[in-house]
Design a protein around this ligand. Structure first.
Ligand code: CA
Length: 411
């Protein structure tokens, strides 16, 4: 086992107590009004305590329940049969999480051990791809859709030092896109594949830099209409004088050959004072959406198939904020909804909150969010060692269920 995974993750959480705790929060009694549409994260006035989970607050009409317990779940890949592939990055594991007996609680089976900080996953061409910290590996799927046989290494890239998780998606062109974060907070990298998204053929050949200047793009998702790759991006630390609120975290929409600024620039083409190169910044692509500094945006998902959410949410996306670790007033540890108009992100607002207490300490941290086969929403909580399922109390829109089956009621 490498030493970077869970130990680093847990080190970030050191100021936080690990025990479960009920957050007592002032909240409304369930107004039917939609959440406010604003550019900054609002107070969670429109959220209510979930009926079965008073620690967490969700929009009125929804419930959230813990469906699985496992150490450090980071990325969720839902399967068509309702089960999930889950990477446990810190323990170098791939797990199958499935409700085998139909009681609403999901059982955990370890499928692969001794991976190398596995994080992102993708299904493509009859393979399960896993993004380890230094290479993408893949495994053939058997008739049950489970990985079988030896792992094949298909693409290697830089690793060691700094950001160690790797994310992966396949584009409409069949290309394999892998995000590799920076080795530092702020520096000029010596390896061109750091702070970049690489594009490979599906067999790992013809690797090249697709987009650069991305300090740590962890969330990756393909827009359901434009098919562009969207990423969430962690910006730099220790920018004076207002480290608390600068620079903003970002959503970026990737373009082939695009430069998104880091380390030279932040925000809308603003030079970092360490380099002070406005001419260079003028050639970079500004963020599509700016968000609260130090929110640590991780996994995200579009809601095109989230049939348990209202129809007018289906063009939007959800994003996990892991939460700040070096901000005097902690922020984050919540899931936000990003509103999309004309295929661009325009604002964001709280969607699920409560992992963070009023004093800033946390009992959980959302790391990934995904849409399940039945249109419900799944959240990986790598600090609370849990997977949560959010569903509509009334059962959702049955006519639009992806599977054609009645959607499961929350338990
Ligand atoms: Ca079960």
């Amino acid at each position: 086992m490498n030493v970077t995974g869970q130990q680093i993750l847990r080190a970030f959480f050191a100021p936080c107590a690990a025990s479960w705790c009920v957050v007592t929060a002032a909240c409304s009694n369930g107004s039917a009004a939609p959440p406010p549409h604003v550019d900054e994260v609002p107070p969670a006035e429109s959220l209510v305590s979930a009926p079965s989970t008073p620690q967490l607050r969700v929009p009125p009409g929804y419930d959230i329940v813990k469906i699985a317990s496992l150490r450090g779940p980071r990325v969720i890949l839902p399967r068509d049969d309702g089960s999930l592939f889950v990477t446990q990055t810190g323990d170098d594991l791939l797990a199958l999480v499935a409700d085998r007996d139909g009681d609403g609680q999901y059982e955990v089976t370890t499928l692969r051990r001794n991976l190398d900080s596995p994080h992102g996953m993708a299904l493509h061409g009859g393979f399960l791809y896993i993004a380890n910290t230094g290479a993408v590996v893949r495994s053939v799927l058997d008739s049950a859709g489970l990985p079988t046989g030896a792992l094949e290494t298909v693409a290697r890239y830089s690793h060691g030092g700094g950001h160690f998780t790797r994310s992966i998606v396949f584009g409409d062109d069949g290309g394999m896109y892998v995000s590799i974060g920076s080795s530092c907070n702020l520096c000029i990298e010596t390896s061109p594949d750091r702070a970049a998204v690489m594009r490979f053929d599906a067999d790992g050949r013809n690797g090249r830099v697709f987009a650069r200047g991305l300090r740590n793009a962890v969330g990756m998702a393909v827009h359901p209409v434009t098919r562009a790759i969207w990423v969430s991006q962690h910006e730099r630390d220790n920018l004076k004088p207002d480290h608390e609120n600068l620079p903003p975290e970002e959503i970026n929409i990737l373009q082939d050959g695009g430069d998104y600024g880091w380390p030279y620039c932040h925000s809308d083409r603003v030079p970092n004072p360490e380099y002070n190169d406005q001419a260079r910044c003028d050639r970079t692509i500004p963020p599509a959406l700016k968000m609260q500094a130090h929110s640590a945006p991780l996994g995200m998902t579009f809601l095109a198939t989230a049939t348990q959410l209202p129809k007018d949410w289906r063009g939007d996306l959800l994003l996990s904020f892991h939460g700040s670790w070096n901000r005097d007033t902690p922020t984050g540890a919540k899931v936000v909804r990003i509103r999309v108009q004309n295929n661009r992100p325009v604002s964001y607002e709280d969607f699920v909150v409560g992992w963070q207490r009023a004093n800033g300490s946390r009992w959980g941290r959302p790391a990934d969010v995904a849409v399940a086969h039945d249109g419900s929403v799944l959240i990986a909580d790598d600090f609370g060692d849990a997977i949560w399922r959010l569903s509509r109390v009334s059962g959702g829109d049955r006519r639009e269920g992806r599977t054609g089956r009645p959607e499961q009621q929350p338990r």
